[in-house]
Design a protein around this ligand. Structure first.
Ligand code: ADP
Ligand code: MG
Length: 344
């Protein structure tokens, strides 16, 4: 899908937003399942400290690969013949039947849009592309105001209609273009987790492009230790290490995937209200949730809303969120009650 986080080759940008702190010293035991590769324009890691006798690591890897390839064929905007790309190309204005997986992701996206009053909006695709963060690639120049206004007319999550009975969608604006980069990685993590569980694997970590699902314990029989990175573009340092189990985690940040023009930084997160990249002082946000799909989308939603409005919404909705805010004195953390309660 390139559910985004495309690694850009220039000096400007790059990579994963968070890394897992499960690094082991060489003498420590190795995970019998330790699979990492590239997908969706980003990387993934899967680890499990034990496998049942019924499956081998190789078999699991093949199953995971098959699953991820299938999700890519459903939800990528980078593959011209994916299910999603065909929907994007379809300008008939008629009802379109949708696969189970895609329908589930579209419905979850819609509910996060409603919850965030449109801060999360998968129809911002044309603006993502206009700002050069989409499949067409990097622009490095801010687009004209006129073009932004023009593209804004083609957006709005309310223009995507759902028919639950027939599992169909309808684009009320024929040009409506959907971009699942901020939610589909999370969905894929959940699906890989479910696949591992259905194969009898009870402890595991699944990470795709910084979105994670953690189940049970690690190879030392302890909760998984996940490092949240310090949100700075020029260094890779740890802000905080979280011991986690039976939970999902996602981060959103403006410190990796951005471009800069004469000192002004343009984030790949677009505020659907203005059609422009967000510019506020919220450097990163980490969400804990029962599903990775929800965590992924909420991270982007709260990133758009910023440290004040986003924090208020997170408290009101009992979302477990950690905000890292840029100040003159350095990075300041602000956690919601739910976040504190989980880590207590
Ligand atoms: P992050 O980890 O920073 O959240 P993601 O890859 O999960 O990064 O999501 C960012 C991507 O989501 C962007 O590159 C863009 O394709 C898409 N996007 C940008 N703004 C929004 C928005 N307001 N709502 C939904 N998706 C968005
Ligand atoms: Mg995300």
């Amino acid at each position: 899908m390139c559910f985004k986080s495309l690694k850009r080759s220039s000096a400007l940008v790059v990579i994963v937003f968070l890394f897992s702190a499960c690094q082991q010293a060489p003498e420590k035991p190795e995970y019998p399942l330790h699979y990492s590769d590239a997908i969706f324009g980003t990387s993934f890691i899967i680890k499990a400290p034990a496998l049942p006798d019924s499956v081998t690591s190789n078999e699991i890897q093949l199953k995971v690969k098959k699953l991820l390839d299938e999700l890519n064929r459903q939800m990528s905007t980078y593959l011209q013949d994916s299910e999603l790309s065909k929907i994007n190309q379809n300008q008939t204005g008629e009802w379109i039947a949708v696969s189970d997986a895609l329908y589930q992701v579209l419905k979850q996206a819609n509910s996060i849009s409603e919850l965030s009053n449109g801060a999360f909006d998968i129809t911002v695709g044309p603006l993502v592309n206009l700002w050069g963060f989409g499949p067409k690639g990097i622009s490095f120049v801010a687009p004209d105001e006129d073009k932004i206004k023009q593209q804004l007319l083609n957006t709005g999550y309310k223009n995507l209609l759902f028919d639950d009975e027939k599992q169909q969608i309808k684009k009320q604006i024929p040009q409506l273009y959907l971009d699942l980069s901020a939610i589909a990685k999370g969905y894929a993590v959940d699906q890989v987790g479910a696949l591992l569980e259905s194969n009898g694997i009870v402890d595991f970590m699944v990470e795709i492009g910084g979105e994670l699902r953690l189940k049970g314990l690690n190879i030392q029989n302890k909760p998984w230790r996940i490092a949240v990175e310090k949100p700075a573009a020029d260094q890779r340092m740890i802000q905080k290490v979280l011991p986690l189990t039976d939970i999902s985690l996602a981060t959103s940040g403006d410190y990796r995937n951005f471009f800069e023009v004469e000192g002004v930084r343009f984030s790949h997160t677009i505020d659907p209200r203005s059609g422009k990249p967000i510019t506020h002082k919220l450097a990163s946000i980490t969400i804990l949730s029962d599903t990775t799909m929800k965590a992924d989308a909420l991270a982007t939603a709260l990133m758009v809303l910023g440290s004040e409005q986003g924090y208020q919404l997170a408290e009101k909705q009992k979302i477990a969120a950690l905000f890292i805010i840029k100040t003159k004195e350095g990075f300041v953390e602000k956690a919601t009650d739910s976040f504190v309660a989980i880590l207590r």
